[in-house]
Design a protein around this ligand. Sequence first.
Ligand code: MG
Length: 187
Amino acid sequence: MSPPDKVIFLDRDGVINKDPGGWTKYDYVADWRDFQILPGVFEALKLLKANGCKVVIISNQAGVGKGYFTEDGLKAIDQKMRKRIVAHGGDIEASYYCVHTPEADCGCRKPKTGLFERAGKKLNMDFSGAYFIGDTRRDVEAGRRAGLKTILVLTGKASRDEAEAWGEKPDHIFENLLEAVRWLLKY
Ligand SMILES: [Mg+2]
């Protein structure tokens, strides 16, 4: 039997694509034109694939619950994102999105861990020692609650100074996804 695949969990906005806060119509990626892949991300995802790591996206998209875009629209953006990533030598094993508003008090909106649990049930993967890479304090909290190690990247909402003042700190901080992945793969 082959060993289980290694998995890396990634947040989406602020990690893969430019965080939509402050410059898009609704502060969400409601439209594919607002999906801007960050520098080095294609290379990072290609390196992960080449090293046998499966990438799983865990993302809050409350813009659906707020009525800014539909779940089908979200799926269409996800498909386009995957196509571009595959065209650049990477891959996304699965994406899990929470589409609820904060007020809905669901079990899947990060920092809750429902999306990680859904991924765990669905995918036969080795989560031991796995990392969650995100750009917010909420990501760090969610990753830790899910029993993962956490990496904060500085391409999204949080700065290094902010992160250093948090009670719950990420295990590691890197400038961007490529730097984090190179470190994870010991390049
Ligand atoms: Mg984010």
